[in-house]
Design a protein around this ligand. Structure first.
Ligand SMILES: [Zn+2]
Length: 161
């Protein structure tokens, strides 16, 4: 897939999950960075556990507004110089590679995706609880949480039916 196809897939996926959340009155939000239903609120600087995007409020409109306002200027926010579009491409590539590994596709069964995310959220919270705050940057606990996130990205693709 090229970048345009990855972005197109992002929009389709996000709309698909949004439709389910609305229809079932589930108070979660899709992440502007990856499209998965991973956020408990918007514009509250939650970090998405699927793609690591920090929700600073940018979205489709805000992004184009920001880039118009600050054309050619690097914006420093919680996501540094990473743009929302680039984030969508990056996570799209990771998921695409994961899907290829199992000859699968991104899971569009929203109920199952919500369970998957909740399960990994709990695992990450258990790791967070063990962080004392004095770990070195090389402590195994960072590797562990990184592995759990990779497992989550793998769990979000399923064999083709
Ligand atoms: Zn995300």
């Amino acid at each position: 897939m090229n970048n345009a196809e990855i972005l197109a897939a992002f929009y389709v996926r996000r709309r698909h999950y949004d439709t389910y959340l609305e229809a079932n009155d589930i108070h979660l939000h899709t992440c502007p960075g990856c499209g998965f239903p991973s956020l408990k609120g918007r514009r509250e600087f939650f970090i998405c556990l699927v793609c690591f995007w920090e929700d600073d409020g940018q979205d489709d409109n805000a992004e184009s507004m920001l880039s118009n306002l600050f054309e050619g200027v690097k914006i420093s926010g919680p996501n540094g110089s990473l743009t929302l579009t680039q984030n969508r491409i990056n996570i799209g590539r990771i998921l695409e590679a994961n899907a290829e590994l199992i000859n699968g596709e991104i899971d569009l069964d929203t109920a199952r995706v919500l369970k998957t995310i909740a399960f990994f959220q709990q695992r990450l919270e258990e790791i967070d609880d063990r962080i004392m705050g004095d770990e070195s940057p090389y402590d195994h606990i960072w590797t562990e949480s990184g592995e759990v996130r990779k497992d989550l990205q793998m769990a979000l693709v399923v064999p083709k039916v």
